[in-house]
Write a protein of this length. Structure first.
Length: 56
């Protein structure tokens, strides 16, 4: 999603900015990692992952 939003302009913000795409992706990875660790602090046996599909 983030890559398409910032390179193809298919989704908001509708920009074509490769540097911006990588910045957004980096922050998404950091946020997912923080959520993963927070979930496992509360429930160590939880299955946590990322969806790898895309609807376009």
């Amino acid at each position: 999603y983030a890559y398409s939003a910032y390179t193809d302009g298919f989704f908001p913000p509708g920009e074509k900015d490769l540097k911006g795409a990588f910045k957004v992706i980096r922050h998404m990875i950091l946020a997912h990692a923080a959520a993963y660790h927070a979930i496992h602090e509360i429930q160590p046996g939880s299955l946590v992952g990322l969806a790898h599909h895309f609807r376009g």
